[in-house]
Design a protein around this ligand. Structure first.
Ligand code: GLA
Length: 663
């Protein structure tokens, strides 16, 4: 039986042989199955130009192999050593103010600098040659959290090359960037720079294209290393860990075609119950991206925090049981396991108080005891590894729209695509729906219902794909500010929502953005905030109207029957309960049933042919009963109709679905 991956980032280079021996014993007790090694070890692996020192890593990998623990071997290229930047100063990144940064932290590189790229290829080659065939090697982990932006002259030249390929000639670029506005017309390619600090608002399409370029440039750097590793070890999975967040200049959906296994790092920022919702969202997003990867539909939680969660002004403690529930939630939603940053808390360095499976307090600690318990749990549920999560509902999260909505000069500064996608997810999560969060609109056939939150940029091809999917029977819920602009972030003229006017059967004449304390009332009795619009129906029927204010009597939510399907348009931000009601109603129309569970109890099913496993996660402070028949793999108890899950606890039921269940 395939084991689930359990362990975390392991940095033996920070510790003595004596501590390594203790690590071995503690990993054995915790049933650790895999650790990530070498992520930030460049200065130890190549202490001087071209002088590789692998002996210490040989000993680490040999010991891991002896203990039956897999090595997820990293290439250390996210952190070039001080000597490297001094020898190749042109590889140090330059920020938007034109300041060249210095070594002393990590991620100090320019992905376009030839010397850096060459050093990365050499390092990947040396590691692959040394460790191909090593019994500990289970996976390659290229780099760490690609996301570094550089605005040096080398990057600018690479940006220009990328733009020439994208646009062909300068006229096309001038048109795409609307350079007739504010006298920005370019007459020579050499005049084009990266979007450095400007006197006033920057050109939004230039900024958007620079992000796209950065994503592609980093991807090329990844692919170079991947191909070197693949050539030496064709049967070993190659991946890199995605970092999530509005600042990240990586189009993960596009990247997912190039990774064998989608791997994400996830650190919820909400210390309250929102952390569970964020965890489910990230997992569903990873599974959505995994639709494109080699190992689809599985993915991997490569990093998470055992304990402290960073939020606002301080770190928050994860209450007892929460680490296990977050890990099980990831596994429930298709992860190949649960890995952490990090195995052992460091004595110093920039993240010295970051949580770890072996905390500063040592193994005599709550966190390590929970680590051991989680190891037992993951061991007991190993049989779920082949199971998949099936759902007919999807939310679309489009990173390029998220970037475009960060531009200045938009009608509101409070527009946030990620937040809007999470809102839709939360509304469905609270109603018991499991959804895929997908990044692309090219294969919608698996879904009966799709939510499109603020899909600001839309190509004609995407609009056409949605149109045919709805006509064939799909149920689409489109949220305001979708379909507004083309891929060059130019507004589609003739009334919003440009690309989707025909599909939605509406024409929006004007926006009325709302202030932080403004609310609008609807004919359904619900209230809404943030956004409102003057909507005209041109084929759709109004299902809710504004009551009062300048939009009194005008449509707020519409429904348009199209072929065998229907498309709803929601022109304002509904309060959470009303949003949940609407989505539940659309799901019912699409024939999709939610799981019935008490509020705060999460139910997710993995299936493999005739076999199925029901994950029950009780995020509340009270015990809850949930209908189920089978065996709870965590306790070994037979469940013959109803499982009682303790406060903050979990159950993973191997189901006998032929028998009836009730509580
Ligand atoms: C990321 C990085 C780790 C570490 C953690 C801290 O996930 O990959 O090296 O910095 O963040 O949360």
């Amino acid at each position: 039986m395939r084991r689930l991956l359990y362990g975390g980032d392991y940095n033996p280079e920070q510790w003595s042989e004596q501590v390594h021996a203790q690590d071995a014993e503690l990993m054995r007790r915790a049933r650790v199955t895999a650790v990530t090694v070498g992520v930030f070890a460049w200065s130890m692996l190549e202490p001087a130009p071209g002088r590789y020192e692998f002996d210490w890593l040989d000993r680490v990998l040999d010991r891991l192999a002896g203990d039956g623990i897999g090595a997820i071997l990293a290439t250390p290229t996210a952190s070039p050593p001080p000597w490297f930047g001094l020898a190749h100063p042109e590889t140090l990144p330059v920020n938007a103010d034109g300041v060249r940064l210095s070594h002393g932290s990590r991620d100090t590189y320019c992905a376009s600098a030839p010397a850096y790229r060459e050093a990365c290829r050499r390092m990947a080659g040396a590691l692959a040659e040394r460790y191909r065939g090593h019994p500990a090697l289970v996976m390659w982990h290229v780099h760490n959290e690609y996301g570094t932006v550089c605005q040096c002259d080398i990057s600018a030249a690479a940006f220009r090359r990328w733009l020439r390929i994208r646009y062909g000639d300068l006229e096309a670029l001038n048109d795409a960037w609307t350079t007739a506005f504010w006298s920005q017309r370019y007459t020579d390619w050499e005049q084009i720079r990266t979007p450095r600090a400007t006197q006033y608002l920057a050109n939004p399409t230039q900024v958007l294209d620079f992000r796209r370029f950065t994503s592609d440039e980093l991807l090329t750097a990844y692919v170079e290393q991947r191909d070197i590793l693949r050539a030496e070890t064709p049967n070993i999975v190659v991946t890199t860990n995605y970092v999530l967040g509005g600042w990240v200049p990586v189009d993960h959906d596009r990247w997912s075609r190039e990774v064998d296994l989608v791997a994400i790092d996830h650190y919820p920022s909400d210390p309250g119950p929102g952390a569970e919702e964020q965890t489910a969202f990230a997992a569903d997003l990873a599974r959505g991206w995994a639709r494109r990867s080699v190992e689809r539909p599985h993915w991997l939680l490569m990093e998470s925090a055992p304990n402290l969660i960073y939020a606002a002004d301080r770190m928050h403690t994860k209450e007892p049981g929460r680490m296990a529930r977050h890990s099980l939630a990831a596994v429930a939603r298709g992860s190949r396991g649960a890995l952490f940053f990090q195995w052992r808390a460091p004595r110093g360095g920039a993240e010295l108080f970051h949580s770890a499976l072996v905390p500063h307090a040592g193994p005599d600690s709550r966190v390590y005891r929970e680590t051991v318990e989680l190891g037992e749990h993951l061991d007991r549920i190993a049989e779920v590894a082949d199971g998949v999560v099936d759902t007919a509902v999807a939310i679309v999260y489009d990173e390029q729209s998220a970037w475009a909505l960060q531009a200045p000069g938009l009608p509101s500064t409070r527009l946030d695509h990620l937040d809007e996608a999470q809102r839709a997810h939360r509304a469905l999560w609270r109603r018991g729906f499991v959804v895929d969060v997908i990044g692309a609109l090219d294969d919608l056939s698996a879904y009966a219902m799709i939510v499109l939150p603020m899909h600001y940029l839309m190509s004609d091809a995407q609009a056409a794909a949605l149109q045919s999917w709805v006509a064939a029977g799909g149920r689409l819920v489109t949220i305001y500010l979708s379909g507004i602009a083309d891929e060059c972030a130019r507004v589609r003229i003739g009334g919003y929502p440009g690309a989707l006017r025909d599909l939605l059967g509406v024409r929006v004449e004007e926006f009325h953005p709302l202030g932080p304390d403004d609310r609008v009332a609807l004919s359904t009795g619900a209230t809404a905030d943030l956004w409102s619009e003057t909507v005209h129906t041109t084929g759709a029927e109004a299902v809710a109207r504004h009551v009062g204010g300048i939009l009194d009597g005008r449509p707020a939510i519409t429904r348009h029957a199209v072929g065998a399907g229907a498309a709803w348009y929601v022109s304002t931000r509904l309060e959470p309960a009303a949003y949940g009601d609407l989505l539940a109603e659309v799901a019912a129309a699409a024939g999709i049933e939610p799981a019935e569970a008490p509020p705060g109890v999460e139910l997710v099913r993995r299936t493999a042919g005739e076999r199925s496993w029901l994950f029950v996660l009780n995020h509340t402070a009270s015990p809850h009963d949930v209908p189920a028949v089978g065996v709870d793999l965590l306790t070994g108890a037979a469940i013959d109709g109803c499982v009682r899950v303790p406060p903050g606890g979990a159950a993973v039921i191997r189901e006998h679905r032929s028998s009836g269940s009730s509580c």
